[in-house]
Design a protein around this ligand. Sequence first.
Ligand code: PLP
Length: 408
Amino acid sequence: MHRQQKSQIFSHPEFEKPLPPFPDINSSWNQDCSSSFNCQRAWVEIKLNNLIHNVKAIKALLSPQTAFMAVVKADAYGHGAKVIAHTVLEHGADWLAVATVTEGIELRQSGISSPILLLGAISSSEEVNKIAEWQLEPTIGDRSQAVAISEVLSELKTTLPVHLKIDTGMSRLGTPWQQGLEFVNFVTQLPYLQVASIYSHLATADDLDQITMLEQQQRFNSCITQLKNQQITLPCLHLANSAATIINKSAHYDLVRVGLALYGLYPAEHLKSSIDLKPVLEVKARITQIKTLPAGTGVSYGHQYVSDRPITIAVVSIGYADGVVRNLSNKLQVIVQGRLVKQIGAITMDQLMIDVSELDDLQAGEIVTLIGQDGKQSISADDWATTLGTISWEILCGFKHRLPRVMK
Ligand SMILES: Cc1ncc(COP(=O)(O)O)c(C=O)c1O
């Protein structure tokens, strides 16, 4: 079942760029800007060594029979899907998963030949045509989707591997588990569809309390038992996301679908003792101007911050249009010269201000770390998520394409 075709690693343009030197510079004005990212205003750094470390750490949790599907949807959670996909396939992932047909085609166009599962639903015959053309593998959530896909494939006279989704409690895509047996039987009899896997998705695997996860697992198991009782040959079975992969070996089945953990973040605090993960993404920007302001001066739109003493501020060339969420205004900390400093005033579309009164010898062109490590200090996507009352998945996906992805 587990097709392990090798990707054509390192054969696409992303890998042909030289690694950018990131000198400790004082001013971008003196830099040679002819190549790489020396003079970028802001960028995302991708630490491929950390990605490879995470792949190995996750693989170490799996039995040799369990396949590893790397979830690289949403541009690999904001990290850049092509480079991430090639790297994880080279280091032990067997499958890729994306959400949309376009995401799948982009990976194929970059030379990837491993199987690619589409996690989202298919909504038009045009998409089925593209899926067949690019050899992607769709998820089917109910009978009507199965019939629609089968009809298009009959016209094309092409058989496709398809993946049947059972809803065991996520209440999203999929046929309710009580009708799982009938659903599988129905699809199996349709022409041009070859059932490659049956799967479900967990809603609460990152909860400390495992009761709901185990209930979903029981429902999944009861479907499987019914299929076995009918002497139906079982295809590949899968259930686990990152959290279940880390915490619940019995949920591994034939394959695990891992997203967040690949990128070095923990789905929940209590999972930290079970695996050593290293964050892959860092976000950096440059200081463009430094100035002193007298006491009583308002900073940025709406003057949400007014200095209560004379302060030195630095303007940093990154803003909410890059993914630095405006609701972080006056709550964000950044790292400059290895020291934590406060962001002040409203974050604007392309720029934000920081209070650098405590720093000496700071000059325009110096690098500010918004997410990542500098010296002894570090700031994570989890820190942002806690401040904003959201999850790290959303923070990672929020870094926009205006920020170049730089491999380190
Ligand atoms: C169906 C499915 N499987 C697996 C994953 C990966 O989840 P995680 O990032 O928690 O590992 C996702 C992510 O949303 C998903 O939608």
